[in-house]
Design a binder for this molecule. Structure first.
Ligand code: F6P
Length: 360
């Protein structure tokens, strides 16, 4: 192994730069390798946008949010959009990836990404590319690792927001609804709800009944707590299946990503109680900013471990946190099925014992 490639794919997450820095430092210092950074996710591999990265290129980036390599949710080489006769069609351009890999004489590629990017990494590996993966997503919903980097920072941001909402909720005797990210899984909502002292937590795994939410708000009022704090994951759904906020995504319905369910919950509370309610959609604030110390350490450990995986020839694997150890798992076991919150998860049980309502 002489030359390795590196890319960041999918939505960004705090800690991406920490991984990049750790990869470059380990590769250069420890093993004397050359690192080629591909820009803007798989787009850089398809369009041959690449540059060599040395230690100077990663100086000072450890605490910086975002990714110095750029990223995108688009540009899947196996499903690449092209205009054919005025119509949009999707074609397989993965051969271009192999051409560019060989132009740069890259022996192995590190893909830092979530489920989408790591699924592409797995397909490329099946087609013969030497690939290793690093698990990233603020949603913490990858099944084969105890934690993804980015989650702790998003959780901290959501918790700080709840602290701030508490004081204004209390002053105005209002119900404050905070909508956080989590399209498929409620990890951020659940953990932030506990850390930020929420009264109600609504997550995709537990479809809710708005009447139960209102019951909780009214109970608090009756016991002289004139305000309430509700955290809603963006993918939370009401029990009756009447998800008002849905949209068509590639032929099937999905909950809308932002600004949806939180507004619905706040509106229903205003309509059905005598309380004023306000909604805050935290949105991409959760993806930005400087990573927490926890995420910096996790991301750094992942970056070091990814280079070691390459040196061990363990291609087709993803680095993974299991307990306190960094190990690795085959990409095939790591992608395709997202890790939802199990109903007997210790955080769910803790929340229930505290009297936090899940709206059921
Ligand atoms: O990283 C996943 C996620 O945080 C989801 O929870 C959210 O729906 C999505 O990103 C929004 O991403 P974008 O605006 O980049 O499409």
């Amino acid at each position: 192994i002489r030359r390795i490639g590196l890319l960041t794919g999918g939505g960004d997450a705090p800690g991406l730069n920490a991984v990049i820095r750790a990869v470059v430092k380990t590769a250069v210092r420890q093993y004397g390798l050359t690192v080629i950074g591909f820009q803007n996710g798989f787009g850089g591999l398809i369009k041959n946008q690449a540059r060599e990265m040395g230690e100077n290129d990663v100086a000072g980036i450890l605490p910086r949010g975002g990714t110095i390599l750029g990223t995108t949710n688009r540009d899947n080489p196996f499903h690449y959009p092209v205009l054919k006769g005025g119509e949009m069609a999707f074609v397989d351009v993965s051969d271009r990836v192999f051409e560019n890999i060989s132009i740069h004489e890259v022996d192995a590629l590190i893909v830092i990404g979530g489920d989408g990017s790591l699924s592409i990494a797995r397909e490329l590996h099946e087609k013969g590319l030497n690939v290793v993966g690093v698990p990233k997503t603020i949603d913490n919903d990858l099944s084969a690792t105890d934690q993804t980097f980015g989650f702790d920072t998003a959780l901290t941001t959501a918790t700080e927001a709840l602290d701030k909402l508490h004081t204004t909720a209390e002053s105005h005797h209002r119900v404050m609804v905070l909508e956080v990210m989590g399209r498929y899984a409620g990890w951020i909502a659940l953990a932030a709800g506990i850390a930020g002292g929420a009264d109600v937590i609504l997550i995709p795994e537990i479809p809710f009944d708005i009447n139960k939410v209102i019951e909780k708000v009214n109970q608090r009022s009756a016991s002289n707590k004139k305000f309430s704090i509700i955290v809603v994951a963006e993918g939370a759904k009401p029990q009756d299946g009447d998800v008002v906020v849905q949209r068509m995504v590639e032929g099937s319905f999905e909950p809308v990503r932002l600004g949806g369910i939180g507004n619905v919950v706040a509106k229903q509370i205003e309509d059905l109680t005598d309380k004023e309610s306000r909604v805050t959609v935290l949105g991409h604030l959760q993806r930005g900013g400087s990573p927490t110390a926890f995420d910096r350490i996790l991301a750094t450990r992942y970056g070091v471990a990814a280079v070691n995986l390459i040196m061990d020839g363990k291609y087709g694997h993803m680095v993974s946190l299991q307990g306190i150890d960094i190990t690795s798992v085959p990409l095939g076991n790591a992608v395709g099925e997202l890790r939802k919150v199990p109903l007997d998860n210790h955080l769910v049980l803790t929340a229930r014992q505290l009297g936090i309502s899940f709206g059921v």
